[in-house]
Design a protein. Sequence first.
Length: 507
Amino acid sequence: MSDPILEARGLTKRFPGVVALGNVSFTARAGEVHALMGENGAGKSTLIKCLTGVYPRDGGVVALAGRVIHPTSPREAEAAGISTVYQEVNLIPDLSVAENICLGRQSTRFGFLRWGAMRTRARTALARLGLDLDVALPLTSYSIAIQQLVALARAIDVSAKVLILDEPTSSLDEREVAELFNIVRRLRAEGMAIVFVTHFLDQVYEISDRITVLRNGQLVGEFSAAALPRLQLVAQMMGRDIKEIEALDHRAPAAPRTGNKPPVLAVRGFGRRASVKPIELSVHAGEVLGLAGLLGSGRTELARLLFGIDQSDSGTMEIDGQSASVRSPQTALARRFAFTPEDRKTSGILPNLTVRENLIVALQVRRGLWQRIPRAEQDALVAKFIAALGIKTSGPEQLIKNLSGGNQQKVILSRWLATEPRLLILDEPTRGIDVGAQADIERLIARFRDQGLAVVLICSETAELARNSQRVLVLRDRAKVAELSGAEVNEHSIIHAIAGQHAPPPS
């Protein structure tokens, strides 16, 4: 292996009450692609921001080409030789391609911009990537994929030694990913060190030479991609031992009682470009359908399509066996669908409103602006759900932001139950709550199932998913890769399916 171009030793970053990085070491070498992997909260973004001067580090050393550096901004990091291309294209859409590539580095003479020199420089940067564009056109003239490549051209326009690609494929389809990877291989052949941050397992093994795994702000390990089996990578990311995975219990949950009735919801060929590949699924009344997969697998994106937050561009939908569509959350409400989002802080609760106001808001939206819910009915609903779900609050007029996470989650569930839903989509309903509250939520899910609700459950914890689901769809890299039912619904089979391997019986 070549000597490290970029080396971090003992990198530490603290935020109030949280150690985001704890004594993490990382190296990037010339002529290689180094993948950085980890689930939510692993520390990937914090590591990148410490390397590029967005965050000051609280400990450790960063060296570039053997020289210790202390960048205090991305511009200083770029000047030193570290360029970054972010997940979201952070260029200026109304400026031309040439202006975006040369922004902050414009060529001038006697105080005037040298437009010809800028366009020549932009064409040279694009030619290095094998691209031939009209650099005088506005950036918005081109697709998101081309805009991403323009951002890449800008990143290598300087004398970059290290190129950091932060989730560069999240908005690209398969053909566009292939084009990007051809460019990455070209840059690797030129001797550039490339750090590739992603959640997509297939892409990691297609393009990467080495893999570093972080978990909870700690370094799990650095591995050769060729020598690291997929199952072991998944186990490292999840904090599980291979032997433990192989010995996981195979007990099957009770089968759903579907009878001859059509599913509450069924979709075929249902998807959205660069979000979810065409998928088939169904969920019956009295059934919990689990969605399993690592971060970035497409679980939340699929939930948003089912609830009409985002629009599918392929496939069909049936509700109770009849052709239907859900083109907006308002339509979903009218169909008696409900959705609790993954991030309750930003997408779930209304923090400055009371428990009562948070609880009745979905029902009020469903009834419409001109059919106000009488206060007496509001009070009765709130009292009913506080008692039924065991919400610990000083009263219905307490601000919801002052409740614990578990009780906030129960209020969100109550909000949707007040609409009398037939389909309940739960995205990480137990994330960030204590063990007792988690047990309460799981008991509620079982109660919803027994009462005849159709439930779609998204959960990162495979044990929790296996406990609560009758069937499990496994997603990987935005596609459905397995459907498990009966005796297959267990941690052992789920984790093997996520890794893309057949699950042998445990020894």
